[in-house]
Design a protein around this ligand. Sequence first.
Ligand SMILES: Cc1cc2nc3c(=O)[nH]c(=O)nc-3n(C[C@H](O)[C@H](O)[C@H](O)COP(=O)(O)OP(=O)(O)OC[C@H]3O[C@@H](n4cnc5c(N)ncnc54)[C@H](O)[C@@H]3O)c2cc1C
Length: 503
Amino acid sequence: MNPVITSDIVIVGAGVVGTSIAYSLIPYDVRVLLLDKNNDVAMGATRANSAIIHAGYDPKPGTLMAKLNVEGNALYEKLCHDLSVPFRRCGSLVLAFSDTERALLEELLDRGIKNHVPDIRILDKDELHRIEPGVSADAVSALYAPSAGIINPWEFCLAQAEVFVRNGGTFLPNCEVTGIRKDTSDPDRFYLLDIPSGTIRARTVILACGIRSDIVHGFLSTPDFSIVPTRGEYYLLDKSEGSRVSHVVFQCPNASGKGVLVAPTVHGNLICGPTSEVLKEDIEDTSTTSAKLSEIKEKASRSVGNISWRDNVRNFSGIRANSTSDDFILREIPDQEGIFEAAGIKSPGLASSPAIGLYMLNLLKEKGIPLPEKKGGYDSTRKKIHFRDMTNEERAELVKKDPSYGRIVCRCEGVTEGEIRDALLSPIPPVSLDAVKRRAGTGMGRCQGGFCGPRIVEMMLGRNKNTAETSGTLPDPSPLSILQDGNGSNLFFEREAEKEVES
Ligand SMILES: Cc1cc2nc3c(=O)[nH]c(=O)nc-3n(C[C@H](O)[C@H](O)[C@H](O)COP(=O)(O)OP(=O)(O)OC[C@H]3O[C@@H](n4cnc5c(N)ncnc54)[C@H](O)[C@@H]3O)c2cc1C
């Protein structure tokens, strides 16, 4: 018989929405299981987006998106401080290039005021060019929202998940839910979730499945919405381009979204994008195309001239969970008592996510889900060493205590051996080179891991060997187990000739 795991609450999907919900449940004395079909957290839209904590003038007043965007934005400073995640409140500008667009700015301003966006206002041409000299001279005015910010989205997601695990929560990777049904034999109203290794049994289930929200809802009943997976492609430029602008620079929004932006990143790079393309066949196709990348160059150059495109370090794409609903869908699924969903979480889903977590928590309480407070206390903070952001005095002090922080492994980003070791031993241990990158920031620079990759593989093998020896369980200590990223992206293969010799 397949093994059955029982939990009080199961959260399906470990993107920023699922982990925000898990984080908001830390103070309660309930067994919570967070699971994802991928081999790490933040493997969906959460790892490939513009990384903007929007101010909140874009959503229609009165919607959940408007309310939770502004509320979520306001929570970021404290959260990022508590979780040791880089965040910068740099402000955003929406440029107008004509009188027609200037009228659009007035509409956005009006929405911003209705949505309670703090300190939002329209700048005339002089003030715009004074505060942001990098924008095109053709821009005649701009909507200025000082509360907008930039963040590292996957580190934020990961930090919440790590703290959740450290406080007794469980994260199960590689755990795709392929079916959900009521346990009809059980008078206590349990649900059964089919996963590859068996079954999970829980009274309360929260679905946070991104672009698969409608599919997973469909395991229970026909959804009254559908997801329209919409790909957005990007350029990520070298740090030499990172100071072209100091604000997030948007163009006026249009039918396909907020348009192409040019923005600094918290790591000091420049990001340009995204495009907008509905995916009809493979809904997880995150390839990039020369046509869409050319479109980005053309549109971004309208906002900011002279971008040096040859200083591109990476192109990537992410897939939005746009939906046929005009708003976020946050509810207990009709006629499915105990099953909750956070669906259609398109942009500004990242900005809203801390408020979505709290909204879902309140919904659980309203619906009478038992949530006794933890008696022994809890710690919802995380400390993390960011060596390159320290002063020389702080660095010297640290290296004196632990010399591994004095050995730089990733030269582009200045990441030390000590930081990589911390990442390898973190509460959700990384199983791929990209997972180490998401934790320690290695391989993010110009060489994209070309120099530090082999040393990190060596360190991963050392960690795997030690863990296997001490616990006698996973991870697999063989080099063949090392992945670049998702499952199947193995870095090493046995040569056919060697296999034959062995057999
Ligand atoms: C191009 C682009 C740009 C964006 N820019 C911004 C921005 O600047 N600011 C902003 O606020 N928002 C932005 N967004 C939106 C934001 O990224 C998303 O709203 C947010 O990441 C959604 O998080 P999520 O957890 O709902 O989804 P995801 O991060 O996609 O997570 C869903 C998870 O569910 C898992 N899953 C699905 N089905 C199953 C199953 N059956 N079993 C187990 N696990 C399952 C998936 O593996 C995935 O990890 C952007 C999005 C995109 C794509």
